[in-house]
Design a protein around this ligand. Structure first.
Ligand code: ATP
Length: 514
């Protein structure tokens, strides 16, 4: 773990050093859990968004997009349940004065119990070698069974406490399990309290009678309140989906782990409206499609798993997370939820308007059921960054840091470099840039040795470097260097466009999904 923490620190500083992510308001010592994206970060982020948007709106002829406002009528948040129930259970340690989410402390404790089981298994595997029967060991080893029973009992008690909103029992679990504050190491805990995560502000001048409005904590409600507008104006028939990308805001209690948990972040959400009774089939379908979307990126060392929810929100009848193995463990990157007709029914109730769908095939009106896919852009960004980062030892004692970004997501697609700054090579290189720049984000690089220039491009994940030398002037060929293999080939300038396009176009990625 210590080594992974070390790697994570390096990734965070790499992100800053190479213009991906900066702490917000840094010259004023930063603002907690708020970050800015730099010149390379914004490109990577836009490419992730484009991949998601196109996969939704181009590949599905029954999905369209919208862009709703961040401010919405405050009653929307009453109807959605956020005003009354968008809470996290918080607890303070009196000695360190640090604040924690009680549920996260317990979840981390459960994860440690699981680690112990895995350690037992790994130890036995080493001891028994080839003859080791892992399944049998897991079923029969007394130490594993004991740990597993403890884990299961705790899990069950924790799920019940969360479901019943039993704050006293959450605290009691922390005491019974002897969970200590990671900073002070003590068990000097306050009671557990609920904390609402929505930011609020005033709209209008006080003289007019200002109204309290909220910064949206999710983009989904903007879709729900517009679903009938879209359905009618787009003459959509069920099943159909509405996609949206936009900012969301949550006053997170514990905001650590870089851009994993931010107070201002971005979501890509799609609500898929279906006939009542068909929702669980669609849920299974979207679960599969979404994992396929992640896997199509072919991320270096990437690990995913589903985490089905045992504790379901009161409105959901199925929910799962797609978790990704970050350097700090498996974490949720995307949620897929079967939200029944809860949200639409609530808006019908609170607005007093009829927002039912008329189904021409069944000749009846009803409130559609909804499958939601909800992914955080920033968490996706982090998973791409973490799995792409590699420190490589090269032959001859040299080393490099390389980002193996999926080529269609890379901020810069190619860098053109004159070998020397004379003899007409810069002019030739500029000419190539001026041709490629209409289709690809292209850099011109002439400072420092070629080796250093390659390293700089490796560090931001540029798939191709193109070197212009004296031979280029004679026969119209250049050296094309590929990022991951570092292989260099001689190709004609006239072929560059085609070669680069094949590697970096989003189309090749989207085709994997079709
Ligand atoms: P968590 O349990 O980690 O707080 P959540 O279950 O509250 O997440 P959802 O409400 O399902 O998250 O939001 C959907 C997606 O939005 C998440 O999968 C995540 O990618 C992203 N997201 C949620 N909260 C944050 C945050 N504070 N910072 C960055 N991304 C977030």
């Amino acid at each position: 773990m210590a080594q992974q923490e070390e790697t994570f620190k390096k990734i965070v500083s790499h992100a800053k050093e190479y213009g991906f992510v900066f702490p917000s308001s840094e010259i004023y010592d930063g603002l907690g859990a708020v970050y800015d994206y730099g010149q390379n970060g914004v490109e990577l982020k836009n490419n992730i968004k484009r991949y998601w948007w196109d996969s939704m709106t181009l590949l599905h002829d029954n999905i369209v997009g919208i862009d709703s406002a961040i401010f919405m009528h405050p009653t929307i948040w009453k109807a959605s349940g956020h005003v009354d129930a968008f809470n996290d259970p918080l607890i303070d340690n009196r000695d360190s004065k640090k604040r924690y989410r009680a549920d996260v402390l317990i979840e981390d404790h459960i994860a440690k119990m699981e680690e112990k089981i895995e350690k037992e298994v790994a130890k036995a595997k080493k001891r028994f070698g080839e003859t080791f029967d892992e399944a049998l060991f897991r079923e029969t080893n007394p130490r594993v069974l004991e740990q597993k029973a403890k884990r299961d009992a705790l899990h069950e008690r924790f799920a019940a406490a969360m479901n019943n909103n039993d704050l006293e029992d959450l605290k009691q679990i922390i005491i019974d399990q002897e969970i200590v504050c990671p900073i002070s190491g003590t068990k000097n805990w306050t009671d557990v309290r609920q904390f609402n995560l929505m930011f609020s502000t005033e709209m209008g001048s006080t003289a007019d009678g200002a109204m309290t409005v909220y910064l949206r904590p999710e983009t989904a409600q903007g879709i729900f309140v517009n679903y009938l507008n879209v359905q009618k104006t787009g003459r959509m028939r069920l099943p159909f989906g509405i996609a949206q990308i936009g900012k969301a805001f949550r006053n997170e209690i514990v905001a650590r782990q870089f851009i994993f948990r931010m107070r201002e972040f971005e979501q890509m959400e799609m609500q898929f409206f279906v006939r009542p009774g068909e929702e669980l089939n669609w849920f299974a379908q979207w679960k599969e499609w979404r994992l396929k979307w992640h896997k199509a990126l072919g991320l270096h060392n990437a690990q995913y798993r589903y985490h089905d929810h045992e504790k379901l929100a009161h409105y959901a009848n199925a929910a799962t997370d797609i978790e990704f193995e970050m350097p700090f463990g498996f974490k949720e990157v995307e949620g897929i939820h079967s939200r029944t007709n809860f949200d639409l029914s609530q808006h019908e109730k609170f607005s007093g308007k009829n927002i039912k769908y008329f189904d021409p095939e069944l000749n009846e009106s009803y409130t559609p059921y909804v499958i939601e896919t909800s992914i955080g852009v920033d968490r996706m960004f982090l998973s791409v960054l973490c799995s792409s980062y590699e420190e490589q030892q090269l032959e001859g004692g040299d080393s490099r840091v390389v980002l193996h970004l999926p080529a269609p997501l890379a901020p810069v697609k190619c860098a053109v470099m004159p070998l020397v700054r004379k003899d007409g090579l810069p002019e030739k290189a500029r000419e190539i840039v001026n041709d490629l720049k209409f289709d690809f984000s292209t850099h011109y690089e002439e400072k420092d040795s070629i080796g250093k220039r390659y390293r700089r491009q490796d560090a931001i994940g540029t798939p191709y470097c193109i070197t212009v030398d004296h031979q280029t002037l004679e026969d119209g060929t250049v050296t094309l260097r590929e990022r991951d293999s570092m292989e260099q080939t001689r190709v004609a300038v006239a072929d560059l466009h085609k070669i680069i396009h094949e590697k970096v176009s989003l189309t090749s990625l989207l085709r994997k999904l079709a």
